[in-house]
Design a protein around this ligand. Structure first.
Ligand code: NAP
Length: 288
């Protein structure tokens, strides 16, 4: 397929490399020209603006930071919408608010452009291996059109529902990961307080009902006390903000998510936003 890509960071660049490897023709635009160097060296072409990019491709993928960044590249002054070729599908792989995703979909629909919210789980490793879990919100027909491109980047592609539903699934994922990290930190805290080595405790639990990727990967990070990212705390804080804003707008309380968001916020305030968010374990261990 002719694929356009915007957002060549930790997640976006390996996705572009996998698209090229799968034989797709990839054109990129980036805010800082330097960010595109590795993609261009690997065989991608360059466009001068999101609008020019949108004029040349069948599917335009964004993988930027937050809701307003996606709005800027798709709907802003030089945004994709101003150059969109007929039948263009915009796919957004960033983690943004479900309400924001629905709004962007509606505004693009007015210009005849389909939009799919396609946030991912699997982190940098999943992006590099092309094994991301992709959670899709939007029209099934649009998904069918872009599936070959998504298959170059992800292993599990699930159509969750209408616009915004992919981002709802991602928000749910971030609750499970965040609360899971706090639970694993408490596991380690109890073991250590009892004078028991947490390493064999982790190993034993990995063979039983408490088994999880969070226990496996973040549990090991906690045992090593090494919080090189992974998933940076400031990005996890953004995601917990999305979770809690969504809950607030719906009038529901998510007390466990609130507690974890508070801990991640504390970490970021301490100037440790670049650490993996599993570093909240240190805060949990300091508390009485
Ligand atoms: P990142 O390394 O910071 O990369 C973000 C990229 O987006 C940068 O290359 C930046 O361009 C570009 N960008 C941001 N705002 C932009 C704007 N307004 N206009 C144009 N370009 C813009 O972040 P990442 O880790 O790849 O994360 C990308 C998205 O995936 C985020 O929404 C994140 O929450 C989500 N996510 C990340 C992970 C993970 O493990 N890292 C896992 C799942 C989901 P420049 O370089 O040119 O400034």
């Amino acid at each position: 397929m002719k694929v356009g890509y915007i957002g060549l960071g930790i997640m976006g660049l390996p996705c572009v490399l996998n698209l090229l490897k799968a034989g797709h023709a990839v054109t990129v635009w980036s805010r800082r020209h330097d960010s595109a160097a590795a993609a261009l060296a690997a065989g991608a072409s360059w466009a001068d603006s999101p609008a020019q990019l949108a004029a040349q491709v069948e599917v335009l993928i964004s993988n930027v930071s937050d809701t307003r960044d996606v709005e800027q590249v798709l709907l802003g002054e030089q945004g994709a919408v101003h150059g969109a070729a007929k039948g263009l599908v915009c796919v957004d792989m960033s983690t943004i608010s479900p309400i924001g995703a629905r709004d962007i979909a509606a505004r693009l629909a007015e210009a005849g452009v389909d939009f799919l919210d396609c946030p991912v789980s699997g982190g940098q490793v999943g992006a590099v291996n092309g094994s991301l879990t992709i959670m899709v919100g939007g029209k099934a027909e649009a998904l069918a059109k872009v599936r070959p491109a998504l298959e170059a980047m992800g292993k599990t592609i699930t159509h969750i529902g209408d616009s915004g539903a992919g981002q709802v699934a991602k928000a749910c994922n971030q609750i499970a990961v965040g609360v899971g990290v706090a639970a694993v930190a408490e596991v380690m805290k109890l073991a250590k307080a009892c004078g028991v080595d947490p390493a064999p405790v982790r190993e034993a639990l990995l063979g039983g009902f408490a088994q999880s990727r969070v226990l496996d990967i973040h549990g090991q990070r906690m045992i090593d006390d090494n919080y090189a990212p992974g998933f940076k705390a400031h990005l996890h804080l953004k995601d917990m903000g999305i979770v809690l804003d969504t809950a607030r707008q719906l009038g529901i309380r998510l007390p466990e998510a609130e507690r974890v968001a508070g801990l991640i916020g504390q970490l970021v305030e301490q100037g440790e936003g670049e650490l993996d968010s599993a570093a909240i374990a240190r805060l949990i261990w300091q508390q009485n």
